[in-house]
Design a protein around this ligand. Structure first.
Ligand SMILES: C[C@H](O)[C@H](O)[C@@H](O)[C@@H](O)C(=O)O
Ligand SMILES: [Mg+2]
Length: 395
């Protein structure tokens, strides 16, 4: 079978939720006094949007093959990502066969090494890579998971991230991950509030339901150790997530040695490439790796990260990224469950994570998603045709 070639790559920006899921309206749980590394400044404590968590917006990458097939993907990247695609990466994509995914990835990564390695450049490479997997799978008329070796289980099971673990339990999820609202700058009073919230959720959810705290890089080693120890010993916290800044590999290794055996330390959503995750593994930083497939280098890189973690006996539970992680998780033995980020303002409705950008985006039913729900070509989603696309740059 002669494989078609990639004729065009186009990059667009989109505003308003979607892949840049922090870009929400006011009154949303995801922007309500959640602790961050900026929260030491009182003026940036109430709202993460106040310091710019949503400045990037969504990057939409579209790739069109010579047979007319179009693949696409969305991630966090906005206009910066558009520039990188149109002015730099396009030359490695156009003219290549739709099967040349590995070569394209290597050229995108090495050509941007002098200014990339992580952050917006890897977000952008991830977006291109996911669009290429969508395209190849559509050309072959298969779901992406079939190109990865196929499902290893009949269904996905999810924990839910949001302000209402009590509702997550009622909706059939296996656990609830809370955002942390207070940190070191708010002293003992803040610590007390963190523990009171967890205590209340434990009372409402019972003893067996998983409860986790997501600290979004915002703590120091001493505070994280004290919070984790009391939260585990008194309220059965299952894991403490992203307690420290991503570059503090040494801090994570210390935290993991200091916390009680049985409490899991997790991180990785702001880490990128197999080399970054190798550092997390070899320095003993965490028990579960949580790469975001739209930020770590895409599916091509996530497969490498996953194999490395598997050899170390570690789980890979990708940071919530909708269908882009579901097609991966269903095919990996060391990814036994997935994250579902609740994007309803009150964290009380199960709504598509990347709404309104993806049509046909599957959502968990009773906290689960049958593998068969992913059996459409590509990632199985369509771009909402009513969206206002903006192409800020061309090549
Ligand atoms: C809920 C957290 O503060 C973040 O907003 C969330 O995106 C991420 O850390 C997660 O693990 O879902
Ligand atoms: Mg997180």
């Amino acid at each position: 079978m002669d494989m078609p070639t990639i004729q065009h790559i186009r990059a667009f920006t989109l505003r308003g939720a979607g892949a840049d899921y922090h870009d929400q309206g006011s009154g949303h749980w995801i922007d309500d006094h959640i602790w961050t590394p900026m929260a030491k400044y009182p003026e940036y404590r109430q709202s993460r949007q106040s310091f710019g968590i949503n400045v990037l917006g969504t990057l939409l990458v579209e790739v069109e093959a010579s047979d007319g097939t179009v693949g696409f993907a969305v991630t966090t990247g906005g206009e910066l990502g558009c520039w990188i695609v149109e002015k730099h990466l396009a030359r490695f994509v156009e003219g290549q066969k739709v099967t040349d995914i590995e070569k394209i990835w290597d050229q995108m990564y090495n050509a941007t090494l002098y200014y990339g390695r992580k952050g917006i450049v890897l977000n952008t490479i991830s977006g291109v890579d996911l669009a290429l997997w969508d395209l190849l799978a559509k050309v072959r008329g298969e779901p992406v998971h079939a190109l990865l070796g196929g499902p290893v289980r009949d269904e996905l099971q999810f924990y839910m991230t949001g302000a209402r673990p009590d509702l997550a339990k009622a909706q059939g999820f296996i656990g609830g991950k809370l955002p942390l609202h207070h940190g070191p700058a708010e002293g003992p009073e803040g610590m007390r509030k963190n523990l009171e919230l967890l205590a209340a959720m434990r009372r409402q959810c019972g003893d067996d339901f998983w409860l986790m705290y997501d600290c979004w890089m915002g703590l120091d080693l001493d505070y994280a150790t004290r919070l984790a120890t009391t939260a585990y010993n008194e309220f059965g916290l299952k894991w403490i997530e992203e307690a420290l800044p991503p570059d503090d590999y040494w801090g994570y290794a210390d935290l993991r040695r200091k916390v009680p055996p049985g409490l899991l330390v997790t991180t990785g959503e702001h880490e990128a490439t197999r080399w970054g995750f190798r550092l997390l593994l070899e320095m003993g930083c965490c028990d579960i790796l949580q790469p975001d497939v739209g930020w770590c280098g895409g599916l091509t890189e996530l497969l490498k990260i996953s194999a490395l973690a598997d050899a170390h006996g570690k789980l890979v539970v990708p940071h919530g990224s909708s269908v882009y992680s579901y097609h991966f998780v269903i095919t990996r033995h060391n990814s036994p469950f997935a994250e579902f980020l609740n994007m309803s303002p009150g964290a009380d409705q199960v709504v598509p994570m990347f709404h309104p950008q993806l049509l046909d985006e599957p959502v968990p039913v009773n906290g689960r998603l049958k593998a068969s729900a992913l059996d459409k070509p590509g990632f199985g989603v369509r771009l909402n045709p009513d969206l206002a696309l903006h192409r800020p740059h061309t090549h």
